[in-house]
Design a protein around this ligand. Structure first.
Ligand code: ZN
Length: 181
């Protein structure tokens, strides 16, 4: 469970990563940081920190902060209400991120997962993103990502975020509790 203490600790730590990336946010925005731990109680391994800049009916922009080897769990954004689902672009700003999508699996993937969670990660085509590099995902594509050893700061640009409709591979992830990217 995400306690207030854990939330504040993660937020403060995330702010130091934004500093490293030379991304300036206002004091008001610092109070709007979010922490997603997906109801799994294992934030160090599975979770992320985020700041939503804008999320309208048509577009969304966020900053995502991952601690070293922290992972955003596998999910997809399905069609909703006659619309095709969320399209998203990830752009690495600082650190390194390994993004996994459907396709030829990596022979020696760089991401390392807790053994008891490996079965909830099914796509292993690896895309390495370094600062200044980006990748666009089509709607409804399974994906997950993990930061490298230093952690990562990633800008996300997308169509509207509607977290409640997202589908996670791990059935333990409660769609009502999590916040997605
Ligand atoms: Zn996503």
């Amino acid at each position: 469970m995400l306690t207030k203490e854990l939330y504040e600790k993660a937020c403060n730590r995330a702010l130091t990563y934004l500093d490293k990336a030379a991304i300036v946010i206002t004091e008001e925005e610092k109070m709007k940081m979010q922490v997603a731990e997906y109801g799994l109680g294992d934030l160090e391994n599975i979770g992320l920190q985020l700041l939503v800049y804008v999320n309208t009916h048509r577009c969304c922009a966020k900053e995502l902060i991952l601690f070293p080897e922290q992972t955003c769990p596998e999910h997809r954004h399905p069609p909703v209400g006659g619309e095709p689902g969320k399209e998203e672009t990830f752009r690495c700003r600082w650190g390194k991120v390994y993004l996994y999508v459907p396709g030829e699996p990596a022979q020696n993937p760089k991401a390392r997962l807790p053994k008891d969670r490996e079965s909830f990660f099914t796509v292993w085509h690896e895309i390495e993103l370094n600062p200044g590099e980006q990748y666009t995902l089509e709607p409804d594509t399974l994906h997950w990502f993990q930061a490298g050893l230093q952690g990562a700061v990633i800008s996300e640009f997308s169509t509207q975020s509607r977290d409640e409709f997202d589908i996670y591979t791990d059935p333990k992830i409660n769609p009502a509790q999590k916040r997605t990217v």
